[in-house]
Design a protein around this ligand. Structure first.
Ligand code: FAD
Ligand code: NAP
Length: 316
């Protein structure tokens, strides 16, 4: 009979790695972290990070995450490179982890840390200049455009809130939206309308983001009447929605394993408990996530501490 894991961690970003460290250092002996791609998560794709505590100089995301696996594995966390297809609960109360290729592993508890990915707009130049003027994170990259002009793409809460955030740093923010009505909450729209540093470029779509080897030089937009406008900005922030990586929780019957928000995030309490006992979620995947490395790491620690308590309660 194959071994039953004490804990399976799905995803090896900041949340998963920190969960692994707290679980193993906290005494759990049989913990496996499954990661389908690069250990370190989405931040490894960012060229610069400077807001993680203790980092006194700008480093790349890859540099930030470089030592995390080494530190974490010291306490006995096992790592397996694998794309997890599904987490489900068997009749015996154990969780079933279905790996790519059809193999299954049983676990007494699970922490889902599969994170999120920003949706792309599909605009020409978006991929070419990603990390060189195109960003999906104003908190992370806004400071690099201090006293410069930037363009924000989108009309939801994220775009408007981030435009407001950027207006505190940048000399001007062009908010480019394809309609003349926003999805964002009325209060946020009101704040944007009152902000003299934000210029609304409505009923307009981005034709292309252009630049050269050093990065973005501008954005060509076109309105519904076909009139083109060239916004000469070095930075473009794209906020056209987030895609949460929740597929592992989707069951064969089309329902999710635990309660989810309308936006597809996992509903958790302050202990990172989902609606299903023994199943935890941490990091960007959970509701109301601040979507920052430090927060994901904190969630991972919280989830692991509570997974240990859950496993102890099974023996009471
Ligand atoms: P992720 O980092 O998304 O990690 C999830 C992991 O799960 C991934 O490695 C993924 O491959 C894996 N996974 C997903 N599905 C499966 C599966 N089915 N099976 C196995 N593995 C799976 N935050 C900051 O604090 N400061 C910054 O400056 C900053 N800059 C950023 C810049 C960019 C360009 C981006 C994209 C994000 C930035 N962030 C920044 C946000 C930060 O990266 C995230 O908040 C953080 O990485 C979330 O961590 P997580 O562990 O929840 O998820
Ligand atoms: P969102 O609400 O889905 O809005 C996405 C915006 O991007 C929409 O305005 C949409 O235009 C536009 N868009 C989509 N695809 C596009 C494309 N290819 N090209 C150009 N524009 C495109 O996404 P979000 O703002 O990231 O918010 C996601 C969820 O989180 C929402 O439920 C939101 O309310 C919530 N949220 C809440 C808060 C808060 O409560 N403070 C903050 C942030 C996010 P259309 O409007 O024309 O479709």
């Amino acid at each position: 009979m194959s071994t039953v894991l004490d804990l399976a961690i799905i995803g090896g970003g900041p949340a998963g790695l920190t969960a692994g460290m707290y679980a193993t250092r906290g005494g759990l002996g049989n913990v496996v972290m499954y990661e389908k791609g690069v250990v370190g998560g989405q931040i490894t794709k960012s060229s610069e990070i400077e807001n993680y505590p203790g980092i006194t100089q700008v480093v790349s995301g890859l540099e930030l995450m470089e030592k995390w696996p080494e530190q974490v594995m010291r306490f006995g966390l096992k790592y397996e490179m694998s794309d997890i297809i599904r987490v489900s609960r068997a009749d015996d109360g154990l969780f079933n982890i279905l790996l790519e290729g059809g193999e299954s592993v049983k676990a007494k508890s699970v922490i889902v840390c599969t994170g999120s990915v920003p949706k792309k707009s599909g605009v020409e130049g978006e991929d070419t200049f990603y990390g060189r003027g195109v960003s999906f994170c104003a908190t992370c990259d806004g400071f690099f455009y201090k006293n410069k002009e930037v363009a924000v793409l989108g009309g939801g809460d994220a775009a408007l809130e981030e435009a407001l955030f950027l207006s505190n740093i940048c000399s001007k923010v062009y908010l480019v939206h394809r309609r003349d009505e926003f999805r964002a909450s009325p209060a946020t729209v009101q704040r944007v309308n009152k902000n003299s540093k934000i210029e609304l470029v409505l009923n307009s779509t981005v034709k292309k983001i252009y630049g050269d080897v050093s990065g973005v030089n501008g954005v060509l937009v076109v309105d519904k009447a076909g009139v083109e406008r060239d916004l000469k900005v070095p930075g473009v922030f794209v906020f056209v929605g987030m895609k949460v990586n929740n597929e592992v929780l989707l069951q064969e019957n089309g329902e999710f394993l635990c309660e989810m928000s309308k936006g597809g995030e996992v509903v958790v309490d302050l202990d990172m408990n989902t609606s299903l006992k023994g199943l935890f979620a941490a990091g960007d995947i959970r509701i109301n996530a601040a979507k920052q490395v430090v927060c994901a790491a904190g969630d991972g620690a919280t989830a692991a501490i509570n997974a240990i308590s859950y496993l102890e309660s099974l023996h009471e």
